[in-house]
Design a binder for this molecule. Structure first.
Ligand SMILES: NC(=O)c1ccc[n+]([C@@H]2O[C@H](COP(=O)([O-])OP(=O)(O)OC[C@H]3O[C@@H](n4cnc5c(N)ncnc54)[C@H](O)[C@@H]3O)[C@@H](O)[C@H]2O)c1
Length: 444
């Protein structure tokens, strides 16, 4: 356990999970955000995101005072030796990452720091950002005409939403990018629980650590686009993409992970990070052709789902489509870049009305789909969605959608047509109930 206090600036998905889990490792955490409402809620033990087991870990550390929440960034910086930056880095119009929040925090650190600090960047940032942060802090110290030693570390985060606590506490690897021996030693202490547990630690320089994060995400996103493209081909040539993926996955060099055909990837990371790395390369006059193609294939995949539905149902005007699942994947309420945000508006543009249900994302869907609200009815459960619908479309594979009462489904639907965009069901089992079934990547 690390003896000094640790601040985490930015208490969003990554900041909150990191703070809670680092507290659970025995560290003393100050969690900071400039969103007052969020901090008030957290101080009242009201967690703004849904993540399995987060509440439990949060409660035990909150009660033990190992994690505190504040909007007072100056106090937090001065109290702690290690400062994690975990603020958002959303995409700008041109796809590049917006560093405004990261650099604002760096500036603040430079303006108020009082002694040696390790500044650890956990946000996903363009390669070279670590150096920028270093320069911003240095410039602020120069303005104050003082010299205080500090080190910069890049420590990218690989957690998956929906499995965030598990991933943070059981990572495949921890990447620490820094040239400073002192900072390396401190980070080993911060992550002592993992270090002792034989988790692989990769110590490298700043730029390599920053590149690792983008390369890993771009590779996974491209793998999804690859199998999705195979799925379209399979539909045309009478092949079955699930069997193709299964056989490919048995090859140890390929692995079966991220080989599930579906409606395209979404979320807060893959779309943003793929566009950002393409942009970074462009600044160096390099075209990342493979990743660019993966991005385009993903955009096409979402629209291809609409095409598929339209081809079967014909004219959509006046038709009611039931939608199961709105979040970009199960076990999260996060809808950022969810395929549902493309598919639902497209269906509505084609004249359909939509009934939708999600176990966690309805609140978020209300504001994200506000523009279409007159054509969407949000329902209380999965069976409500199907009542008198002309077709059912499963977009997100929440567990409760994996065990639908198919007899009831067939009775509730006006016309029993089921588009299973996650290949959760077997064609034969669904068709046994008189329901027309369309998965992804199998010719019908
Ligand atoms: N969400 C993921 O699954 C995931 C996984 C790995 C890495 N990342 C990366 O981690 C970073 C954070 O992502 P997130 O999903 O947690 O974002 P988020 O939007 O959920 O949270 C960001 C938080 O930072 C706060 N913030 C912004 N500017 C601030 C400032 N100046 N001072 C204090 N607080 C400030 C915001 O109020 C917000 O609460 C991003 O770079 C993202 O790419 C995200």
């Amino acid at each position: 356990m690390y003896k000094n206090k640790i601040s985490i600036i930015g208490t969003g998905y990554v900041g909150l999970v990191s703070g809670v889990c680092l507290a659970d490792f025995g560290n003393n955490i100050i969690s900071v955000d400039n969103d007052e409402e969020k901090i008030n809620r957290l101080q009242n033990k009201d967690i703004p995101i849904y993540e399995p087991s987060l509440k439990e870990v949060f409660n035990r550390n909150f009660v033990e005072n190992r994690i505190r929440f504040t909007t007072d960034i100056t106090w937090a910086i001065n109290e702690s030796e290690v400062i994690f930056i975990a603020v958002g880095t959303p995409p700008l119009e041109d796809g590049s990452a917006d560093l405004i929040n990261v650099l604002a925090v760096a500036k603040k650190i430079g303006q108020v720091m009082n002694q040696y600090k390790v500044i650890v960047n956990k946000s996903t940032v363009p390669i070279g950002t670590g150096r920028k942060v270093e320069k911003v802090i240095k410039d602020e110290l120069d303005k104050r005409d003082i010299e205080i030693n500090f080190d910069i570390v890049s420590n990218p985060e690989f957690l998956r939403e929906g499995k965030a606590v598990h991933d943070f506490t059981h990572p495949d690897r921890v990447v620490i990018g820094t040239e400073s021996e002192r900072a390396r030693g401190i980070l080993k202490e911060v992550y002592r629980a993992l270090y002792l547990n034989n988790t692989p630690f990769i110590f490298t320089n700043l730029e390599t650590a920053e590149t690792i994060k983008y390369a890993a995400n771009a590779f996974l996103a491209t793998k999804i686009s690859f199998i999705n493209e195979m799925a379209i081909l399979c539909e045309k040539v009478n092949a079955d993409v699930q069997e193709v993926a299964q056989a490919m996955g048995k090859d140890g060099r390929i692995s079966s992970k991220f080989l599930h055909a579906g409606p395209g990837y979404g979320g807060s990371c893959f779309p943003k990070d793929t566009r950002a790395i393409v942009n970074i390369a462009r600044e160096h006059e390099l075209d990342l052709k493979v990743i660019q193609a993966g991005i385009e294939a993903n955009d096409r995949q979402k629209l291809y789902m609409v095409e598929k539905i339209k081809n079967i149902l014909g004219d959509l005007s006046g038709k009611t489509i039931g939608i199961l699942g709105l979040s970009f994947k199960p076990d999260t309420n996060d809808m950022r870049e969810s395929p549902a945000l493309t598919i639902i508006p497209e269906l509505i543009k084609l004249g359909a009305v939509v009934k939708a249900f999600d176990p966690q994302a309805i609140d978020e869907a209300h504001w994200r789909l506000q523009k279409y609200e007159k054509d969407i009815l949000f329902c209380d459960n999965e069976y409500e969605v199907m009542k008198r619908a002309d077709a059912l479309v499963l977009i997100t594979e929440w567990n409760q959608f994996r065990r639908l009462d198919l007899q009831r489904v067939s009775e509730l639907l006006k016309s029993p047509i089921f588009f299973d965009l996650r290949n959760v069901y077997q064609q034969k089992e669904v068709e046994a109930f008189g329901i027309e079934y369309y998965g992804v990547g199998v010719k019908k």
